[in-house]
Design a protein around this ligand. Structure first.
Ligand code: PLP
Length: 393
């Protein structure tokens, strides 16, 4: 396996699928027309954009048509972060009499840091805690959501632990108080079934690069009938809901990737789950003092966040890097020092374990051989690091 990259960091980003890239290719140098143009060179591109929109809608069971034959429940954006920001800002604009926002403590920074910004601007923001497995405290959620709440935003799947949240139940809590419900489903779409047809979710964020489409393309699902105010104001693209000339090749890629994910969802995710489980089992059987962070019952099939106690995740990643293994740690670099991630802190994972957290996230391109390669090299890496760790002995 020398000189090979073993990429198990698919929650950070994924490879563009070759068949996705092939479908995008003509839209750079040949079919580069602007979909808003009157001429047919651009008009034919608009037709392809509409087809891609239908494909994204189909993946999440959104309506594929509206009276004028457009899937307007899908608004293309620049990324998942933009979708999250657009959803929450819109909710605050359309409910001017309410100003409270409720989110969890384990949201991605795309939501959490918007919460902090809203806080600074005087909006009341409540952060729902989680338990030691990262499960949402539903009792606290019920207390926090009140008649002043404009929007509840809770992620569908956590990017670090893979935990899945009971979004339909949460939507009901929001609606009981007349609030809108938004979910950041950036890590869920393409990995677990998502069906908006019989859902209470009002808005849902997606991002292309987490499901083998390119970076820089996202979408926001807005349930028909939910009022929406644009976040980016300008031209009339996206039916006036997101200004800016469309990222056509990105949209085509997103459509192609959505189609691929829809066709392969159940088979591929079972295969990916087996790889993930093989890694977990192998680690537990060969390495002492490890713990799996998260909710073993309700978790994405592709994700595991493993703490190797008494050593630093970053040191593991550096030694992995020499072997071509790409994974992530559970730490974030804040003001020059490595702090355990806000997710692990919210879960109350002890420092000695939180510092040693490594996230492995698989995709359909990973193989059993790759898992075995990791399992072959991990025990000596951990032993080597523990031998020099002042906390281990
Ligand atoms: N939300 C979650 C849960 C994510 O994991 C990510 C990316 O890591 C984002 C939002 C942001 O998506 P994007 O990179 O498309 O802005």
């Amino acid at each position: 396996m020398k000189n090979r990259i073993i990429y198990v960091d698919n929650n950070a980003t994924t490879a563009v699928a070759p068949e996705v890239f092939e479908q995008m290719r003509p839209f750079f140098c040949e079919r580069y027309g602007n979909p808003s143009s009157i001429h047919s060179f651009g008009g034919k591109v608009a037709y392809e954009v509409a087809e891609a929109r239908r494909r994204v809608a189909a993946l999440i069971g959104a309506s594929q048509r509206d009276p004028d034959n457009e899937a307007t429940e899908i608004v293309f954006t620049g990324c998942g972060t933009e979708s999250d920001n657009a959803a929450i800002w819109s909710a605050l604009q359309v409910c001017p009499k309410k100003s409270k926002v409720v989110m969890s403590k384990v949201e991605h920074p795309a939501v959490l840091n918007l919460g902090r910004e809203l806080d600074r601007r005087g909006y009341p923001v409540a952060y729902v805690p989680v338990d030691t497995h990262g499960r949402l405290d539903m009792a606290r959620l019920n207390e926090m959501v009140d008649d002043q709440t404009a929007v509840v935003s809770i992620m569908w799947a956590n990017n670090e632990t893979g935990n899945l949240y009971p979004v339909e139940e949460i939507a009901q809590v929001a609606h009981a108080h007349g609030a809108l419900f938004h979910t950041d489903a950036v890590q869920a779409v393409g990995k677990v079934p998502v069906n908006m047809a019989d859902s209470g979710i009002d808005m849902l964020s997606l991002s292309g690069h987490k499901l083998h489409a390119p970076k820089g393309i996202g979408a926001l699902y807005v349930r028909r009938g939910v009022r929406f105010r644009p976040y980016l104001v300008g031209g009339h693209q996206e039916k006036g809901r997101r200004a800016g000339t469309e990222n056509v090749s990105g949209i085509i890629g997103f459509g192609a990737a959505a189609e691929l994910a829809r066709q392969n969802l159940s088979v591929e995710n079972e295969r990916v789950r087996r790889l993930r489980d093989r890694l977990e089992k192998g680690v537990i059987n060969t390495i002492p003092a490890v713990r799996i962070n998260g909710d073993s019952e309700n978790r994405l099939p592709n994700t595991t966040c493993i703490s190797f106690e008494f050593i630093e995740g970053e040191s593991i990643l550096m030694l992995f890097d020499q072997l071509g293994i790409c994974a992530s740690s559970g730490s974030a670099c804040t003001t020059g020092s490595l702090e355990p991630s806000h997710v692990l802190r919210a879960m109350g994972v002890p420092y000695t374990a939180a510092h040693g957290a490594v996230r492995f996230s698989f995709s359909r391109y990973n193989t059993e051989q790759e898992v075995d390669y990791i399992l072959e090299h991990l025990p000596p890496i951990i032993k080597r690091l523990r031998d020099i760790s002042p906390y281990w002995h």
